[in-house]
Design a protein. Structure first.
Length: 196
């Protein structure tokens, strides 16, 4: 699958087939993840693979999101603050979030290209998760990524491209017309299924 197809066809998936994800496949996906853009080479990411149902349940509780326990595999993506501080010599939080978001996005696109569905949860009790996966003090869990073979890949939707485009200054539409295929009709409430 071409990169641009994997990007466009990625969709948050929370319903999985009862089929395990091999560690070999996870390694391939996490290898793609670590090639994300990185602030001055900090590479702050740490990946904790979770397959034990007991740990999945604990993580689902820490997020108050039951669906998390049903995923065949989870990866808790953490930021190693020491690496950020050492490389950037500044407050780590913003850079951590940017690096980890990029790594998670790579993970999701790589997974999609390999036929796996993913959903990345960022809303959870970070301290509880840190305790469950036993991170050192300077390692902050930022995302729990669920992965599995999907029951289906639902169609995804986005607002038309023209809603987001400006040229030279904010509010001025580009001179060239946006091709119709990027401007499909869309209803704003179509996306809201968070936590369900
Ligand atoms: C910052 C951020 C936080 C998110 N946190 C959660 C979460 O805690 N639980 C969840 O189910 N989905 C979470 N998501 C995933 C969104 O729910 C999902 O991407 C959204 O429903 C749009 O669907 P799509 O990704 O298929 O386009 C999060 C997404 C982002 C960008």
């Amino acid at each position: 699958m071409e990169a641009k197809d994997a990007i466009r066809k990625r969709k948050c998936v929370k319903k999985y087939l009862n089929k395990p994800v091999s560690t070999k496949l996870l390694f391939d996906i996490l290898d793609c993840s670590r090639w994300a853009q990185t602030a001055l080479g900090a590479q702050s990411w740490e990946f904790v693979i979770i397959k034990d149902p007991k740990n999945k349940n604990l993580l689902a509780s820490a997020a108050e999101q039951e669906w998390i326990a049903s995923a065949p595999a989870l990866v808790v993506v953490c930021s190693n603050l020491e690496r950020i501080e050492f490389t950037l010599k500044r407050e780590p939080t913003e850079f951590s979030i940017m690096e980890i978001s990029a790594a998670v996005q790579n993970m999701q696109i790589a997974s999609r290209s390999l036929g796996l569905g993913t959903c990345a949860a960022f809303l959870f009790d970070r301290q509880m998760v840190a305790k469950i996966i036993k991170t050192p003090k300077k390692v902050m869990p930022l995302s729990i990524v669920a992965l599995g073979y999907p029951k289906e890949f639902p169609e995804n939707e986005r607002a038309p491209l023209s809603e987001f485009l400006h040229e030279e200054e904010f509010g001025r539409a580009p001179e060239e017309e946006v091709p119709k295929k990027y401007n499909k009709k869309w209803q704003r409430n179509a996306l809201i299924h968070i936590l369900s």
